[in-house]
Unconditional design. Structure first.
Length: 230
């Protein structure tokens, strides 16, 4: 019985691939082989390996350029957001009373940040708090309607239930698709700050709430002392 040594000695495609990967300079030593290789093109015309490599590099370059442009756009957006946040924080720190703080926050969210829906709610007895243009509710009512949001004690974002939306946004709640909100506390919870968008996917559960947290941190330190002034 004879053995077909030619068949036995044939290299597999996998072996050739492994060899070329281990010897990337192979075609530099044998450039004449490149001239013998052609690859089918989408148009049906055969192209050389070098032309194919140039085409692949061009496609990868375009993809890399698009990624870089996307990163630059995100950086520009974050830079603008940082500037707006800085202006708001400085204004909040300069507020002389609760009314000024509320007006500053409302004006900035609506005009500078151009937030579709925003809500700043304080918890307590309206009679004992300084006069201001914002909603004030009792802590018991707040726990009853948005207790889940308050217990997290951290920023949240995503789609909320109808009762939570009604508490936060009142008559506008039916138009709110998604929300980012953060409880306000200084020893104890004294309020909540929420922003909304008509797009249900605008504020997603995975979305970062870094800038909202910055604003909340300032409110946590500035608002409590103003709440005590009558």
């Amino acid at each position: 019985m004879t053995t077909d040594t030619n068949v036995d000695n044939m290299l597999t495609a996998s072996q050739i691939k492994d060899y070329l990967q281990a010897n990337p300079d192979f075609f530099e030593e044998y450039p004449d082989i490149l001239q013998l290789i052609s690859l089918p093109h989408e148009s049906g015309v055969a192209v050389s390996l070098i032309e194919r490599q140039v085409s692949l590099l061009r496609d990868r370059n375009q993809e890399m350029r698009e990624r870089i442009n996307s990163l630059l756009d995100a950086a520009k957006t974050n830079d603008k957001l940082f500037e707006k946040t800085k202006r708001l924080i400085i204004s909040l720190l300069e507020a002389k009373n609760l009314a000024a703080l509320v007006d500053t926050l409302t004006e900035s969210l609506g005009t500078d940040f151009q937030v579709e829906f925003h809500s700043f709610i304080l918890f307590g007895d309206q009679q004992s708090l300084p006069a201001c243009n914002t909603k004030v509710v009792g802590m018991e009512q707040a726990n009853s309607q948005i207790g889940t949001l308050l217990r997290t004690n951290r920023p949240i974002s995503g789609v909320l239930g109808s009762e939570e939306l009604a508490f936060l946004f009142g008559d506008q709640s039916a138009d709110v698709g998604s929300v980012a909100a953060v409880p306000l506390s200084h020893g104890s919870t004294f309020g909540i700050l929420a922003i909304g968008n008509s797009d249900p996917n605008y504020y997603r559960s995975s979305m970062g709430t870094l800038f909202l947290s910055y604003i909340a941190d300032v409110l946590n330190r500035v608002a409590p002392k103003l709440l005590q002034e009558k």
